[in-house]
Design a protein around this ligand. Structure first.
Ligand SMILES: Cc1ncc(COP(=O)(O)O)c(C=O)c1O
Length: 365
C-alpha cells in the first residue's frame, strides 16, 4: 500500500496517474439499487466479483443482501475466502490436478460450489474430494446458446446430474447457464426475447431433471444486462451480475440505471497541436477488448481508438488542456481494466477517502 498514508484526505489531483478511481457514493448507490431489486423477487443476487476482485467490495455486496459471491477462477476465490467471504460459486470448470487440489483445500474453509460439464472432470473432483476429506457443491453447466462451456440442455444435463449425485465428496446442487451472448444486446426488447429463449433451455432442463426425480436446489445465470429479465423468471434462484457495481461505457449504452462509478485518472503529458493531446495511459492501463473509452465531462474530446502501450491520443475540438492537467476517462470494459491495476482510490466529494487493494487482480489461475 505504497502511498496510502499520505494520500487519504487529499484532493483527487494529488493522486499520481494512471490510477483507478471509484466514486464511493455511486458505488454504494449501485449496490443498493441492485439489492433493492432482489428484495422484490424470489431469486437472490450472487454478484460476480471478477469485475472488482476486491474483498471489501464483496463484503459490501453481501452486507446489502447478496447470498454469496461468484468467482471465475480458484485464485480469485482464494483471495475472497482468505478475506472472510464464506460462500463462493466458481462459475467455471476447474480442471487439472493442481487446481482441483487447491479447490478442495479451499472447500475446507468455505462453502464452495463449482461448475462442471464433463464426466471425467466429475470423477477427478470426486476422487480429490474424498482424498482430502472435503465436500464441494456442484452445478451442471448447460450451454444456453453462448457456445462456451456447458453440456447441451435436456438429456446430457440429466446424465451428468446423475453422475454428480452418485459421486462421493460432491453435493449436487443444480444447474447453471450463462446467457453471455445476450447480456450486451443494446435493444431492450431484443435482449429480453433472446434472454427468455436462452433461459427457457435452462428452465426446461430443470423440469426435465426434476421429472427424473432429482431435486434442483440452484439454477444460476444472469449478468448485468439481464439481471431484471432472468432474475424475474420463476425457477431461477441466483443471478451472477458483476459489472453493475462499477459499470463501464459498454454497459452504459444500455441505460440500465446504474451509475458510472469507475474512472481512470490520467495526465496530459503533451499538447502537440490544437487538435490533439496525449495522455499518460495506454493499453497497459486501460483494456481495449470491448467498449469505447470516453472522456468524462469533456465535450469536444474523444479518445482515439488505437492506444499505444503507454499513450492515448485525445482528439480535440476547442478544448483547453495542457501538459500536467488531469482528466478522467470512462473505461470501455470495467472488468478487464480493473485487472490491470493494483489499487482503487475511493473518492467522495472530491477527496480520497480510502485506498483499496485489488487483491484478486491477476489471479487467473
Ligand atoms: C459465468 C458468468 N456469469 C456472469 C457474468 C456476468 O457479468 P456481467 O455482470 O459483467 O454481465 C459473466 C461475465 O463474464 C460470466 O462469465
Amino acid at each position: 500500500m505504497d502511498n496510502y498514508q499520505t494520500i487519504v484526505g487529499l484532493g483527487r489531483d494529488a493522486i499520481d496517474t494512471p490510477a483507478l478511481l471509484i466514486d464511493l457514493d455511486a458505488l454504494e448507490r449501485n449496490i443498493k439499487r441492485m439489492a433493492d431489486f432482489f428484495a422484490t423477487v424470489p431469486a437472490a443476487l450472487r454478484p460476480h466479483t471478477k469485475t472488482h476482485k476486491t474483498p471489501i467490495i464483496a463484503r459490501k455486496q453481501i452486507e446489502a443482501g447478496a447470498r454469496g459471491i461468484t468467482c471465475a477462477k480458484v485464485g480469485e476465490a482464494e483471495v475472497m475466502v482468505a478475506n472472510g467471504v464464506d460462500d463462493v460459486l466458481i462459475a467455471n470448470e476447474v480442471v487439472g490436478a493442481t487446481k482441483i487440489a487447491r479447490l478442495m483445500s479451499l472447500a475446507r474453509h468455505a462453502k464452495l460450489t463449482v461448475a462442471v460439464d464433463d464426466p471425467r472432470n466429475v470423477a477427478e473432483l470426486s476422487a480429490a474430494a474424498q482424498a482430502m476429506g472435503a465436500t464441494v457443491g456442484v452445478l451442471v453447466e448447460v450451454n444456453v446458446g453462448m457456445n462456451r462451456c456447458g453440456v447441451e440442455p435436456g438429456e446430457p444435463a440429466l446424465q451428468l446430474s446423475r453422475q454428480v449425485l452418485e459421486s462421493k465428496g460432491l453435493r449436487y446442487r443444480g444447474l447453471m447457464g450463462y446467457e453471455g451472448h445476450v447480456v450486451a444486446m443494446p435493444d431492450r426488447q431484443q435482449r429480453e426475447a433472446a434472454c427468455l429463449k436462452a433461459m427457457k433451455l435452462l428452465l426446461d432442463t430443470r423440469a426435465f431433471v426434476e421429472a427424473a426425480g432429482i431435486p434442483v436446489e440452484v439454477v444460476s445465470g444472469g449478468g448485468t444486462g439481464t439481471y431484471d429479465i432472468t432474475g424475474r423468471l420463476p425457477g431461477v434462484t441466483e443471478i451472477q451480475a458483476g459489472s453493475y457495481v462499477t459499470m463501464d461505457s459498454a454497459y452504459g449504452r444500455l441505460n440500465l440505471g446504474f451509475e458510472q462509478a469507475l474512472t481512470i485518472l490520467v495526465t496530459v503529458i503533451s499538447r502537440p497541436s490544437r487538435d490533439r493531446a496525449i495522455l499518460d495511459a495506454g493499453m497497459k492501463a486501460m483494456a481495449v477488448d470491448h467498449g469505447t473509452i470516453l472522456p468524462k465531462g469533456l465535450p469536444g474530446a474523444t479518445v482515439a481508438p488505437r492506444l499505444s502501450e503507454e499513450h492515448a491520443r485525445l482528439d480535440l475540438v476547442d478544448v483547453d488542456l495542457r501538459p500536467g492537467d488531469k482528466i478522467e476517462l470512462i473505461p470501455g470494459h470495467g472488468c478487464t481494466t480493473i485487472n490491470l491495476h493494483d489499487q482503487f482510490y475511493g473518492i467522495r466529494e472530491g477527496r480520497v477517502e480510502t485506498v483499496w487493494q485489488i487483491a484478486g487482480r491477476g489471479r487467473f489461475r
